[in-house]
Design a protein around this ligand. Structure first.
Ligand SMILES: *[C@@H]1O[C@H](CO)[C@@H](O)[C@H](O)[C@H]1NC(C)=O
Ligand SMILES: *[C@@H]1O[C@H](CO)[C@@H](O)[C@H](O)[C@H]1NC(C)=O
Length: 466
């Protein structure tokens, strides 16, 4: 242990030429990159899997580390590492030319917008790793709970959280956040403290914890209102898929989008806008027009129009569809490769105003319960192949099983890493709040559990893969 620390001290002394960039990773289990920071910044311990270069003045209360040790976090190591990094800090600070004025309590990671280069995400000139989770419920909790959720997520080394930017209501709820209320076909956007004002807090807390947000703007499902409220209010009696074609509905949805996008257009904490959660042709009524069902053209056309609209308002943020990644194969091996729901993943990936592709994996809901692990592995491999042909990032942005989670997630996450798939976001990391745990839909995993630890480990692995 002691020798190892001496060895890493020696490595620090010679490794001056390869320094991690501001805000970049500089240590953690499995990390083999630079362990010192450029410009006098300080390599700061975040958790066993992740240390990050932070501005000197923002690091006073945390112990710093330059170790890439894959061994345990013993007291001896910690103590030794602390004194090591004190030395490092002093010496690197003395040659600092760019001690940042952005530090103090300014959130570490929320400078610069997440961008795309080929099949990777970028941030401030480095690769940005999407290793994250979904927390659709954030705005429905108290501010203290929101802080706790982001704190747990950040401590796990996750970078990215997908959350809901919609809640359509037809009567005002007496708790939680809602963003649009409807009466006789007239929508009213709630910009107050129970609406967008509340979402401002979600953004500020994410920012304070160095987390980026993917914000989804409507729902295929009727949870939190979604598309079916637009249809019932503006095209009563219409099928669910008229959401994608009815001109009054498109205008109303654009108006809603305009309010959100204009409000946060210059906010780097938001990584991406997402057009919908799991858009499909059929809705609660189970019926859809045949044009929507038999081809991917309806949703493809809609996704082109809406994503281009967002880009016309906001060139800072990425835009994604939020679909489940269905293919339209002539001889589909299983249901999710078959035409029918109205999504053609490869066609949608060609839309120039969509910056990256999304897909989900729920074999239990998709008739693959007997073959979950292998089916999911193939599903990931097939989307990674689409990613390569389109030369755009693709993210497994929701995945879940309710049985054998650790074994199945490990096989899937190994496949994410080995296939070169750009990123992943589990459905869903939960938190333990003072007044109870976050809602468990059967998929939630909580800090301290084996599956949660697995997610932490793969976040570190993906960061080091790049
Ligand atoms: C779309 O939403 C409806 C409920 O409104 C549901 O019946 C249908 O299965 C959903 N499709 C998905 C999974 O996107
Ligand atoms: C399980 O899924 C894989 C990948 O799709 C497939 O190759 C295999 O034939 C499936 N096995 C069974 C028993 O369905």
């Amino acid at each position: 242990m002691f020798l190892k620390s001496l060895a890493s001290l020696a490595a620090v002394a010679v490794a001056v030429s390869a320094q991690a960039p501001n805000w970049g990773q500089c240590g953690g289990i499995g990390w083999s990159g630079a362990t010192t920071c450029a410009g006098g910044w300080v390599c700061t311990y975040s958790n066993p899997y992740y240390s990050q270069c932070l501005a000197p003045s923002s690091t006073s209360t945390k112990s710093t580390t330059t170790t890439t040790s894959t061994t345990s976090k013993s007291t001896t190591t910690t103590t030794t590492t602390k004194s090591t990094s004190t030395t490092t800090t002093t010496s690197t600070t003395s040659k600092s030319t760019t001690t940042s004025s952005t530090s103090t309590s300014t959130p570490p990671a929320s400078t610069g917008f997440v961008g795309v280069s080929g099949q990777k995400f970028t941030l401030n000139g480095a690769t940005y790793t999407v290793a994250g989770t979904n927390a659709y419920w954030l705005a429905q909790y108290s501010n203290a709970d929101i802080d706790q959720a982001f704190s747990d997520i950040a401590a796990a080394g996750l970078t990215t959280v997908r959350t809901w930017g919609f809640n359509e209501v037809t009567s005002i709820p007496n708790y939680g956040a809602y963003y649009q209320s409807w009466s006789n076909g007239v929508p009213t956007i709630n910009t107050g403290s129970t609406g967008l004002g509340k979402f401002d807090y979600v953004v500020s807390s994410a920012k304070a914890h160095g987390i980026r947000l993917v914000v989804t703007l409507t729902n295929n499902w009727s949870d939190y209102g979604g598309m079916d409220v637009y249809v019932s209010q503006l095209n009563p009696g219409g099928t669910h898929d008229t959401f994608y074609t009815n001109t009054k509905i498109i205008a109303a949805y654009k108006s809603y989008i305009n309010t959100w996008v204009s409000r946060y257009k210059n906010e780097p904490t938001i990584m991406a806008w997402e057009l919908a959660n799991e858009p499909r042709c059929s809705g609660s009524s189970g019926s859809a027009s045949s044009a929507c069902v038999t081809t991917g053209a309806t949703i493809n056309q809609w996704a082109s129009t809406i994503s281009a609209y967002i880009k016309s308002l906001d060139s800072n943020h990425l835009v994604a569809l939020g679909d489940e990644g269905w293919f339209q194969e002539a001889n589909p091996p299983t249901y999710p490769y078959a035409p029918g729901v109205g999504i053609d993943f490869n066609l949608n990936l060609k839309i120039t105003t969509l910056d990256y592709g999304t897909f989900h994996s729920y074999p239990e809901s998709w008739g693959q319960t007997a073959n979950e692990s292998a089916w999911g592995v193939q599903w990931i491999i097939d989307h990674a192949a689409s990613q390569k042909s389109a030369n755009k990032p693709v993210v497994l942005e929701e995945f879940g099983v309710t049985n054998n989670q650790a074994t199945i997630y490990q096989s899937w996450l190994n496949t994410v890493v080995s296939s070169g798939l750009t990123g992943e976001q589990i459905w869903q990391a939960g938190s333990n709040f003072p007044d109870g745990t976050t809602y468990n839909d059967g998929y939630a995993v909580y800090p301290g559990s084996a599956v949660y630890t697995l997610i932490e480990q793969y976040a570190a692995t993906l960061k080091s893969r790049g």
